[in-house]
Ligand binder design. Structure first.
Ligand code: GDP
Length: 526
């Protein structure tokens, strides 16, 4: 293997999926501790910490106690290079999360052991399933009285439709939590409280039948042996291939807060998780080990640094290498650009990238020319597919307090739409501006940012739109007729694509029945 293919094979790029409060932030912190990006837990990205209050926008985020920005963390661990893509925790930013999931090769699913499989996890799993993303699971909060672990695994299997293979099994829970038992190595990993801020000692006991194990488990010992027998009989065995195909999830137990079990999980993760996978383009499949550079933009974030008022486009490298000064083709524009100032993000701070390769994420400075989904290559005309714009579920008409500022409003909305913070629709028959969002909070954020960053005060009014569909028709004549007859419901989105704004579900259904030649899509890319 060349040193390049070898380095690519070591990469592990993933994101965490979970329901808010399951423990994603806490686990992230413990992973950074293990990756030695931080020395003491409690110093990074604490929701209440002001270390990253680098913009007013972020201060709003902090006031609300939610994490809506996402960054990329890279750290070496056991001969591997791990890229963890943070995803916004709040439900209202799910679109951003969905797109981030298109840029990873696998995901870690965190489940609150007391609550089991929750709504948002179900939604995110559905997105992962679109690409059969391999999922590794971590059942968190073993330091509390959680639900019966067997029942939890049943729930994962029945609700999420994926086989669950426990790798280790919890020894007790809550105040009786003693650690985890590895079903494959017959090793007990002993929980020692009070080590939550540093890399915890790994205390191991070999053999469940050993004297030490008996001493550790005391009265629980016999019952635990029975339980393990039951678990072995009733659960799936780990199968690497099934995991890689997204059909089976290996499950680890632990407590992120007390810093236990995360290391065991990470050890399994770097061992089994896939190296950068091939990616589909409209033209052909691109292998991660190809030497020529290619990648796509999955996220755009404006004004990350208020001193520069810039926008960063996050690009996932799919093949080849970026080195400073690389000449890239911005395929959509058919333009060659020399990039010498790509950045990486280390827990909020940015640095110039010297070199990055398949699986890594780099940030490109965007002066308004880069859009979500854009492909960059070393010259080849490729277009990566599958970076979706999802149909928003909530709509409002946006109006200015000061009508003189309509230019700024347009510009602001367009930029916010470009980075995927919202979607804009411009009806064909009037000069309204309709904003679409996946969650209510998104509207607030858009208004706040319009005011803060573009100096326009906008107000929302209700609008009679229930859902939106992107429309297409192969037959130009039929499309014209449809446009004529339905013009009152038609609009262009921020990218100039034709959309149908349906006032009700029934209306959409009837329209679809009436115009069988028109295709209605619930994502812009299909
Ligand atoms: P996120 O919303 O998924 O990022 O969740 P956080 O990491 O912020 O955790 C939500 C809450 O659960 C916080 O109060 C954490 O301190 C708490 N928490 C996280 N992990 C554990 C754990 O293992 N045990 C207990 N008891 N609490 C935890």
């Amino acid at each position: 293997m060349s040193s390049f293919t070898d380095a690519v094979a070591r990469r592990r790029t993933f994101a965490i999926i979970s329901h808010p409060d399951a423990g994603k932030t806490t686990i992230t912190e413990k992973l950074l501790l293990l990756g030695q990006l931080i020395q003491v837990a409690g110093t990074v990205k604490g929701k209440k910490s002001d270390r990253h209050a680098t913009s007013d926008w972020m201060s709003m985020e902090q006031e609300r106690g939610i994490s809506v920005t996402s960054s990329v963390m890279q750290f070496p661990y056991k001969e591997r290079m791990v890229n963890l893509l943070d995803t916004p925790g709040h439900e209202d930013f799910s679109e951003d999360t969905y797109r981030t999931l298109t840029a990873v090769d696998s995901a870690l699913m965190v489940i609150d052991g007391a609550k089991g499989v929750e709504d948002r996890t179900i939604k995110l799993m559905n997105v992962c399933r679109l690409r059969d993303t391999p999922i590794l699971s971590f059942v968190n909060k073993m330091d509390r009285d959680i639900r019966d672990p067997i029942e939890l695994l049943d729930e994962v299997e029945s609700v999420l439709g994926i086989a669950a293979a426990p790798i280790n099994w919890p020894m007790g829970m809550g105040s009786e939590f003693k650690g985890v038992y590895n079903l494959y190595t017959d090793t007990l990993h002993v929980f020692k409280p009070g080590q939550n801020k540093v890399i915890a000692e790994d205390i191991q006991i070999n053999g469940l039948e050993s004297e030490e194990a008996k001493n550790l488990l005391g009265d629980m010992h016999e019952d635990f042996i029975d339980e393990i027998e039951l678990v072995r009989g009733a659960s799936h065995e780990f199968d690497l291939e099934a995991y890689r195909e997204g059909k089976l999830t290996p499950v680890f137990f632990g407590t992120a807060l007390a810093n236990f079990g995360v290391r065991e999980m990470l050890d399994g993760f770097v061992e089994w998780a896939p190296a950068p996978l091939p990616r589909a383009t409209e033209n052909r499949q691109v292998e991660a080990t190809e030497e020529k550079f290619s990648g796509f933009v999955f996220k755009i974030q404006a004004n990350m640094d208020p001193r520069h008022r810039d926008r960063i486009a996050f690009l996932r490298i799919c093949s080849g290498k970026y080195t400073k000064g690389l000449k890239m083709r911005h395929v959509r524009l058919g333009k060659d650009v020399k990039i010498a100032d790509a950045v990486s993000f280390v827990a909020g701070d940015r640095e110039l990238v010297e070199e990055a390769m398949s699986g890594d994420i780099i940030g490109l400075h965007n002066h308004g020319t880069i859009q979500l989904g854009d492909t960059f290559t070393e010259g080849e005309e490729l277009k990566f597919t599958g970076i979706p714009h999802f149909a928003p579920e909530l709509f409002k008409r946006i109006r200015l307090r000061d009508p003189m500022k309509s230019k700024q409003l347009q510009k602001g909305l367009q930029q916010l739409a470009e980075e995927g913070s919202t979607q804009v629709f411009m009806p064909l028959n009037n000069s309204d501006l309709i904003v679409g969002a996946v969650g209510v909070l998104q509207f607030e954020v858009v208004a706040y940012r319009l005011k803060d960053e573009y100096k326009v005060e906008a107000i929302y009014e209700p609008v009679n739109v229930h859902t939106v569909r992107w429309v297409e028709c192969k037959d130009a004549k039929k499309l014209e007729e449809f446009k004529r007859k339905c013009s009152d419901n038609l609009a262009l989105d921020g990218g100039g694509h034709l959309t149908y704004l349906a006032p009700t579900r029934v209306n959409l259904q009837l329209t679809q029945e009436r115009y069988p030649d028109i295709e209605f899509f619930s994502t812009r890319e299909h």
